[in-house]
Design a protein around this ligand. Structure first.
Ligand SMILES: O=C1O[C@H](COP(=O)(O)O)[C@@H](O)[C@H](O)[C@H]1O
Length: 240
């Protein structure tokens, strides 16, 4: 499916629009009697989206206690480490909207598993036991190198087969140990939304849209079953 590009003036406008669109998607799913399943991401744009979600929620009918929350990737560090994507999401969004703790599925920290491979296996078991066949929305930041989740260009984790979750060692971006959903699992979703802001993302975004090889630009390899949208600010769209 061809990706759709949505352009916004700046990061804040992007965050506001993505948050509004997600809230609409959640409200529709809940009106249909479903518990929508959303995959959160980390990084600077994600943080802005999370804050916008918290800000806009009171104007909507969305009941966050009936939303399943997952993560596309996580840093395998101590639970209170500032590098944790889940910690950032809690501070910006979850502390404000009171989700059902039973539906919030954080990836393991270094306090939960002996090593990163054990952590990845534990999250795969959680997904198998409680996860949906397909997610509703997977949100993904895009690194300047084209990485998504913790799947980096040229890294063997990109080629993981028959796995939903992979333990990543030797990440080129610190911290070196991470847990990530695989490309196969990320793509089992109705909608993939890539979110990118800033001129440093422009080359990766252009490569993703041009269909660069996944090994060079992992962002080129993520697609939703029903839609794939690149949400970009003008700077990130600068090479299109
Ligand atoms: O390391 C990571 O980087 C990406 C992109 O982050 P950004 O700050 O450049 O937007 C992020 O999406 C991913 O979850 C994270 O672990």
């Amino acid at each position: 499916m061809n990706p759709v590009v949505e352009r916004y003036g700046d990061k804040e406008a992007l965050a506001e629009a993505v948050a509004a669109r997600l809230l609409e998607r959640l409200a529709v799913a809940q009106a249909e009697g479903r518990v929508p399943q959303v995959v959160l991401t980390g990084g600077s744009v994600a943080d802005a989206v999370h804050r916008a979600l918290a800000r806009l929620t009171p104007q909507t009918r969305v009941d966050w206690s009936r939303v399943g929350l997952w993560w596309g990737d996580e840093r395998f560090v101590a639970p209170d480490d500032a590098d944790r994507n889940a910690g950032q999401a809690r501070a910006a969004l979850l502390d404000a909207v009171a989700p059902d703790p039973a539906l919030v599925h954080e990836m393991p920290s270094s306090a939960d598993a002996a090593d990163v491979q054990e952590g990845a296996a534990a999250y795969a078991a959680t997904l198998a036991a409680h996860g949906p066949e397909t997610f509703d929305v997977v949100m993904l930041g895009v690194g300047p190198d084209g990485h998504v989740a913790s799947l980096f260009p040229g890294h063997p984790a990109l080629a993981a087969e028959d796995l939903d979750v992979v333990g990543v060692t030797g990440s080129p971006k610190p911290p070196p140990e991470r847990i990530s959903l695989t490309l196969d699992r990320l793509n089992r979703t109705r909608a993939v939304w890539l979110v990118a802001a800033g001129a440093e993302k422009a080359e990766a975004v252009a490569g993703a849209l041009a269909g660069a090889p996944a090994f060079e630009v992992p962002a080129a390899a993520v697609h939703g079953l029903e839609e794939t949208v690149l949400h970009l600010d003008e700077a990130a769209a600068g090479r299109l």
